[in-house]
Design a protein around this ligand. Structure first.
Ligand SMILES: *Cc1c(COP(=O)(O)O)cnc(C)c1O
Length: 469
């Protein structure tokens, strides 16, 4: 299996070559040359598999440069009951008839990003070990991504993490999760500024190509193909749990921000998973809902990017969306380059009024939007009727899922975080504190390992240099 760029670059690469990279050289995103097809007999064979073995089967269709025995060992080491809390790894929980939650947030940081990041940590360690190289991951986080990356990379050989975050702006729980890590290879940099300052500094360091090469700077952001393909697995696992035969279809609703999670659903569907609809649920930052309703994709400026109570979906553009548009335009790299490389840079928008009908009718996409008031109502309603406490992002999903139910087609809502991560909004909705898993009791009182610094690129570089030797 070889990988190409969505913007038409002629190079083709193997999985392990793109594993440690970000964007393709022409600014595009990597995708496989074709989607492997899964037939009925294969689906039947996969039904009975444990999650780790299902992950191995799916990943081995996309990875041809890691020996099968090694890849299986990596999957089995990653997806364990010990790390993810249950034998199923992603158990289903029924709400009303036809509406089911798929739990993706029982990993180390209680958000679905662990599903892919835990695998990435083991793949990085394996590949760096094989090459005899080191990597320094530099990132910016407002919460979920940074903690998932740190918990995936802690103690891994050959990897260091330098994670910037806006000083004093993450929830106390999120700060405690990250800053209580005492591993020598994890570095928390609390920047005196906002999230955008952190992101700008990461870009500035990455754009200094000499520094980047000399100090082996890398990233783990959501455009990484390995993260995306790891997420394909739980669409299959959810399908197998919700059905008894391959004649049945299911739909998925996905709380969406950068379009990474739902793009994995699109890939699963392209492989032949019987999916009826893929519903993108957005919050007030409704870039994706606008596209799937109208065919206009319009990037937001910082003035109309809102801070909401489902903060991990607060985006101004959806960085993985280009992957789907590439498929939607018949995999025409020149057209994608004209839209994402040119139109977005000059006008901040493009229109695909005809193609969006194809996205809906042929690719099964639908969408909806949820507000703070919807979120509170949905959290309250789900708690009162079913005794199930959901987080703010999952609430956006449940709200929108209810608008797209079809008789006879189970709707699976992906649960993307646990309520404890967003306690203030839960208290606002329910008048009580969310449940806290036992291993997180008292984490706010643990000693913290964090370096506060001004939003100054030179100081970040200096910190990296000092801590790389
Ligand atoms: C990252 C995140 C999302 C958005 O996922 P995308 O892949 O960016 O669409 C939704 N909910 C939670 C809790 C997240 O951490």
């Amino acid at each position: 299996m070889l990988y190409l760029s969505t913007r038409g670059h002629p190079d083709r690469k193997h999985f392990c070559e793109i594993l440690l990279e970000g964007l393709a050289p022409d600014g595009g995103l990597y995708l496989p040359e074709r989607y492997p097809q899964v037939d009925d007999a294969t689906l039947t064979r996969w039904r009975g598999l444990a999650y780790a073995d299902l992950a191995f089967e799916i990943l081995s269709l996309y990875i041809d440069d890691i020996p099968a025995g090694d890849l299986r060992a990596i999957c089995r080491k990653t997806y364990t009951e010990e790390v993810f809390g249950t034998r199923e790894i992603v158990p289903l929980k029924k709400l009303e008839d036809g509406l089911i939650l798929e739990a993706l947030s029982n990993g180390p940081t209680l958000a679905f990003k662990d599903m892919a990041m835990q695998l990435l940590g083991n793949l990085f360690e394996y590949e760096l070990g094989r090459r005899g190289e080191e990597l320094n991951i530099l990132g910016a986080t407002s919460g979920d991504t940074g903690s998932a990356a740190e918990y995936a990379m802690r103690g891994k050989k050959g990897v260091r993490v330098f994670m910037t975050s806006p000083h004093g702006r993450m929830s106390p729980f999120q700060q405690a999760q990250m800053f209580s890590l005492q591993d020598a290879n994890i570095h928390n940099l609390a920047v005196e500024g906002v999230f955008d300052d952190c992101q700008d500094m990461v870009k500035a360091v990455s754009n200094d190509l000499e520094f980047k090469r000399k100090w082996r700077i890398g990233t783990v952001n959501s455009i990484n193909w390995a993260r995306l393909v790891a997420q394909v697995v739980y669409y299959f696992a959810g399908y197998f749990q919700a059905t008894t035969s391959n004649d049945q279809k299911v739909s998925f609703t996905v709380p969406s921000g950068n379009f990474g999670n739902i793009c994995a659903g699109h890939v699963a569907r392209m492989m032949g998973l019987p999916v009826a609809k893929l519903v993108a649920a957005t919050n007030e930052n409704d870039v994706l809902d606008e596209f799937f309703r109208t065919g206009t994709y319009r990037v937001r400026g910082s003035a109309d990017t809102f801070e909401t109570s489902s903060p991990s979906m607060d985006i101004s553009k959806a960085s993985n969306f280009e992957r789907f548009v590439f498929d939607l335009l018949g995999r025409d790299g020149a057209k994608v380059k004209a839209l994402f490389g040119d139109a977005l840079n000059t006008t901040g928008r493009f229109e695909l009024p005809e193609q969006v009908k194809v996205a809906r009718e042929q690719y099964g996409f639908a969408s909806g939007r949820s507000t703070h008031a919807n979120r509170l109502d949905t959290i309250r309603d789900t708690w009162e009727r079913f005794g199930v406490m959901i987080d703010t992002h999952t609430a956006d999903g449940v709200k929108v899922a209810r608008e797209h139910l079809q008789a006879g087609v189970p709707m699976i809502v992906l649960e993307t975080a646990l309520p404890i991560k967003f306690a203030a909004t839960i208290v606002e909705a329910l008048g009580r504190e969310p449940e806290r898993p036992a291993k997180f009791i008292g984490i706010e009182d643990l000693p913290k390992r964090v370096q506060v610094m001004p939003a100054d690129v030179a100081q970040v570089k200096q910190y990296i240099v000092t801590h790389c030797q």
